[in-house]
Design a protein around this ligand. Structure first.
Ligand code: ATP
Ligand code: MG
Length: 654
């Protein structure tokens, strides 16, 4: 869609959002980031990042900061050497913080483990020694296919410690998705578990590995954690139990320092828009970027905060803000294994209460689910420890933002809406909680040291109050270094739409204050009778109706209007079945809110929406439904039965 976002016609119809939430005074007074931080970073971004790199412990301090001579292939801190695991672990122990809790682990069945920095360091050393015994060397790729248990983080850090890039594959993916990723990056060793707990039962993982490996003859070893104790087939000579191999290893491991540009991991994008890409990240710049943004965006006070990223490690958010960022900063984190409604819909709030969580970071899809379940559920728990809330993964609808702040954040906590991507590695746009006056639905402005622009079709910056394409016009330390095995695709995908700048693929709008609002994927922008409409805006309008919990909007081809708006909505539980006229009522609501042009041609009430592991709605599949087509690739859906449900649902309602 070449003209998708450009110039802003059609997109000016944003529903006016006027609520404002200034930072609480206590937070503003002691904020990690102030207006002066932005000024210093803007004056010299390279010097700013050189300064941030000092958060890390380098074996050889870098003397170079950025080498952009071979753009778009960046090198950051290239002559520096460091070890990522040492930075996340040993150095905190050496600083006397060995007794600080690194993870409060809460298993879905209710089992718990408290792991200190000293213990985590010892476990990672053992796992690193085990990988060495399996013949893993620096540079070898290791796949991790695990439930959300501490060994998943231990496995990642053990790989990092010996310089073996990991590729974590979400435990909910099929054997097919696992095999594709193993083959794409040439994995020889896989770390997995017998299973994990989800929705109240043990769900097996190992059989999917066995099935995947039928297609992957190069894999020579599989290390298996015992979690659920279910019957598990082990292949002689290939499979080994974690407790047999890892537990007998020494708890010390002499680490080696690697070059800053040594690969740290490969992460496949979630595949909302198509075939996943193997995004690869390196060590020094990435760690600098995530340590800084974790500290800045969340106004982190590592001595007192209890931080909870409620995201799977199989998603980039789990890498940057559950493992590397928090641990590099010596943070105490919560890790929760299961689903939010097991054994009851208040499970998350019990976790917050139990561990005294101060900062919660999750996706809008979770927030909308909680809205659907009703505010009386969180009201039963004591959430007074929370002081900051974060959102990631999709634009947060203003209504969801306000609900989150009010019912979870007792109307006091700032909400930071963080825009970033697997590719960016770190937060790129987010309110800084000590300085930003929060606007529901706006990601506000680039974080210090980052430069973004909103441009039109010609690549020219748009004026305030106009919409266009989001681009990043300066390199940043945690940026991807490419697509594994396909550097041409890297150049074509990100650096060719507008010469010299990174094209994010998202539409955005600047408001009159120059603050940024994300409008969703450029590919999702619809063209209705020549008017460009953003899916995000119409979804937000639907969600602002008291009967609606969640909405997904797609453009389906239409003979008269080019594209017509088709909406899928999930109703809030208190709305019951919505009543006979609910569809009309919602169509009128959107027309009144945004304008007649935005009125959906069709609204379908459904129970579920197709989502990726990070909770993003897969609009392309809904478009297939709306246009009566065969479904495209469904391998990255969290739950592949959802599409059958929706189709069944439509058959009975239409
Ligand atoms: P693929 O690239 O394979 O389609 P993906 O883009 O869904 O996968 P991610 O890297 O997890 O995989 O998602 C990044 C995208 O998520 C962004 O490009 C943006 O569209 C969306 N996103 C993330 N955070 C926000 C946010 N705070 N506001 C708006 N959109 C967001
Ligand atoms: Mg993407």
């Amino acid at each position: 869609m070449a003209d998708a976002a450009g110039q802003g016609q059609g997109l000016e119809s944003l529903s006016a959002e006027e609520r404002r939430f200034p930072p609480p005074p206590g937070l503003a007074e002691h904020a990690n980031v102030t207006e002066a931080t932005f000024e210093a970073a803007a004056a010299d971004d390279v010097a700013f990042w050189a300064e941030q790199a000092r958060r890390l412990s380098w074996e050889t301090e870098p003397t170079q900061t950025l080498d952009w001579s071979d753009a778009p292939f960046a090198r950051w801190f290239a002559d520096g050497r460091l070890n990522a695991a040492y930075n996340c672990l040993d150095r905190h122990v050496e600083a006397g913080l060995g007794e600080r809790v690194a993870f409060h682990f809460e298993g879905e069945p209710g089992d718990t483990r408290t792991i200190t920095y000293a213990e985590l360091t010892a476990q990672v050393c053992q796992a690193a020694n085990a990988l060495v015994e399996l013949g893993v060397k620096a540079g070898d790729r290791v796949a991790i296919y695990m439930p959300m248990i501490p060994e998943a983080a231990v496995a990642m850090l053990a790989c990092a410690r010996i310089g073996a890039p990991h590729t974590v594959v979400f435990g909910g993916f099929s054997s097919d998705a696992l095999a594709t990723r193993i083959l794409d990056c040439g994995v020889e060793v896989v770390i997995t578990a017998d299973g994990g707990y989800r929705k109240g039962k043990a769900s097996a993982l190992k059989p999917a590995v066995d099935e995947a490996l039928e297609r992957c003859p190069e894999v020579r070893s599989v290390l298996v954690v015992r979690r659920t104790e279910q019957e598990t087939a082990m292949t002689e000579g290939r499979d080994v139990w974690w407790h047999d191999l890892v537990d007998r290893q020494p708890t010390e491991h002499a680490y080696e320092a690697f070059e800053a540009e040594h690969p740290l991991y490969i992460m496949y994008t979630s595949g909302s828009t198509g075939q996943p890409k193997g995004i690869f990240h390196t060590t020094g710049g990435y760690l600098t970027g995530v340590a800084y943004t974790h500290w800045a965006t969340f106004d982190l006070k590592p001595e007192t905060d209890v931080f909870w990223t409620a995201a799977d490690i199989g998603w980039v958010t789990g890498h940057s803000y559950l493992v590397y960022g928090p641990l590099a900063n010596g943070t105490t984190s919560v890790m929760y294994e299961g689903t939010p409604d097991t054994p009851h819909q208040g499970r998350w709030w019990d976790v917050v209460d139990k561990y005294g969580v101060t900062i919660l970071y999750c996706a809008p899809t979770a927030i909308r689910t909680f809205m659907k379940w009703g505010a009386e559920i969180p009201a039963k728990a004591d959430l007074s420890s929370l002081r900051l809330l974060g959102s990631v993964g999709e634009p947060i609808n203003p209504e969801a933002y306000v609900w989150y702040r009010e019912h979870i954040g007792h109307d006091r906590t700032p909400v930071v809406d963080t825009w970033w991507q697997t590719e960016t590695g770190m937060h790129m746009i987010s309110p800084m909680p000590g300085v930003a006056e929060g606007k529901p639905g706006a990601a506000m402005r680039a974080v210090p040291g980052v430069s973004v622009k909103v441009v039109n079709d010609e690549g020219q910056p748009v004026s305030d109050d106009a919409a266009g394409y989001l681009v990043i016009d300066r390199p940043w330390p945690a940026m991807l270094r490419g697509i594994w095995g396909d550097q041409q695709r890297y150049v074509d995908t990100y650096w060719s739409r507008f010469p010299g700048v990174y094209f994010a693929g998202d539409g955005a709008k600047l408001d009159a204050d120059g603050d940024i609002w994300l409008l969703g994927r450029v590919d999702d922008v619809m063209n209705v009778s020549g008017h460009r409409m953003s899916t995000t805006e119409i979804e937000s309008s639907l969600v602002s109706h008291p009967k609606v919990a969640e909405a997904a909007v797609v453009g389906a081809s239409d003979e008269t209007t080019g594209q017509a708006i088709v909406a899928f909505v999930i109703l809030r539980s208190e709305a019951g079945d919505g009543g006979p006229d609910v569809v009309d009522e919602l169509r009128r609501h959107v027309a009144k809110d945004i304008g007649a042009i935005a009125r959906p041609r069709q609204i379908m009430v459904v129970d579920e929406l197709p989502k990726t592991r990070s909770g993003k709605i897969m609009r392309r599949l809904l478009r297939d439904v709306a246009e009566n087509r065969e479904l495209g690739d469904v391998t990255t859906l969290t739950d592949s039965t959802v599409m059958d449900l929706i189709k069944g649902n439509l058959a009975t309602t239409s």
